[in-house]
Design a binder for this molecule. Structure first.
Ligand SMILES: [Zn+2]
Length: 326
């Protein structure tokens, strides 16, 4: 069963919000290319759902996009499949073109059209994650065989520099993943964890997960590059105008009662959860302090301070709730 289901990671949602709201310039192009690259990776991960669905709910605990801390850095696992006998790490690559796994130089070379790109070797990455997870479990008094595979989710042509290298056995095409999961499962018969401990470690892993959160204004983006206003949920045009109880889009004539929530969601993704009445009025392009106060009180998880200095906090699940409606 999925303990941490496949969901669009928070930092990709942040990039998505930025692509909607950045004024067109070179920064916008960079953010858009980052967003596209991250989304391609996510689509690749999503496509593993079919193979993973064959693992029995009773025996397996599956985590998508688990990000844990090793006291120095965070390490991020695309998929962790856990049972009482072993743990399996899946490092997913969804890269188009001709892929060459260079097992000697430990790099991945991609040829697409006339371009050559060199990436970090995903097999080395998966081995590093295995070491980090071993350490994480060891610190909690747990020991379990951990294996890893690199799953190529795209239809890329794959070649390797050394067919005799053992390392290439770690590369699995998505279409072969279901069979590979069964092959791996047959290799482990001894249980290392009781069901009780398995459940406890699953809960501890979920608890320890820390989403990656990007700070867009720390480096390349200036706050004035962000387009303000309520965004049309239908066509994306900004700003929508408030007409009585509705928001109206001049671009496509769409009427919405809740479009301001989409804008607040953008605000949280771009600026973070803290917002004052003035910042909210400014971002939503609303004038009434009373209306905005009512709105913020209805969506905030809590607030601090009094009067004009009051800071409201938009809750984390504010995004999750909205996503269900999307
Ligand atoms: Zn519209």
């Amino acid at each position: 069963m999925f303990i941490k289901p496949i969901q669009l990671p928070y930092h990709i949602r942040q990039y998505e919000a930025l692509t909607h709201r950045l004024k067109a310039d070179s920064t916008c192009d960079y953010v858009l290319s980052q967003y596209k690259r991250l989304m391609a990776g996510y689509r690749g991960e999503q496509s593993l759902d079919f193979a993973l669905s064959y693992l029995s709910d009773k025996d397996f605990r599956i985590f998508h996009n688990l990000r844990l801390y090793d006291h120095v850095h965070y390490f991020q696992i695309d998929f962790l499949v856990l049972c009482d006998r072993y743990a399996l790490i899946l490092e997913v690559k969804n890269i188009l073109g001709k892929l060459t796994f260079d097992t000697e130089m430990r790099q991945l070379i991609r040829e697409l059209d006339d371009d050559i790109d060199v990436f970090d070797d995903p097999i080395t990455q998966a081995e590093y994650l295995t070491g980090s997870l071993h350490q994480w479990l060891d610190e909690r008094g747990l020991s379990l065989p951990i294996i890893n595979r690199v799953v190529v989710a795209s239809a890329a042509q794959i070649q390797v520099t050394n067919l005799k290298s053992d390392r290439i056995k770690k590369i699995v095409r998505r279409a072969n993943l279901k069979a590979e999961l069964f092959t791996i499962d047959k290799q482990f018969s001894k249980a290392h964890l009781s069901t009780d401990v398995l459940n406890k470690v699953s809960a501890a892993l979920l608890e320890a997960h820390q989403s990656l959160i990007i700070k867009p204004f720390r480096s390349l983006i200036k706050p004035e590059a962000i387009i303000k206003g309520v965004r049309c949920p239908d066509c994306g045009a900004m700003p929508m105008r408030k007409v009585k109880q509705h928001w109206h889009c001049a671009g496509c004539d769409h009427l919405s009662k809740t479009a301001h929530l989409l804008a607040l969601l953008d605000y949280r993704l771009i600026h973070g959860p803290a917002i004052t009445n003035k910042q909210c009025r400014d971002f939503l392009m609303m004038t009434s302090e009373t209306t905005v106060k009512k709105l913020l009180r209805s969506v905030a998880s809590h607030f601090e301070g009094e009067k004009k200095a009051r800071i409201y906090y938009l809750p984390a699940d504010f995004c999750a709730n909205f996503e269900k409606d999307r």
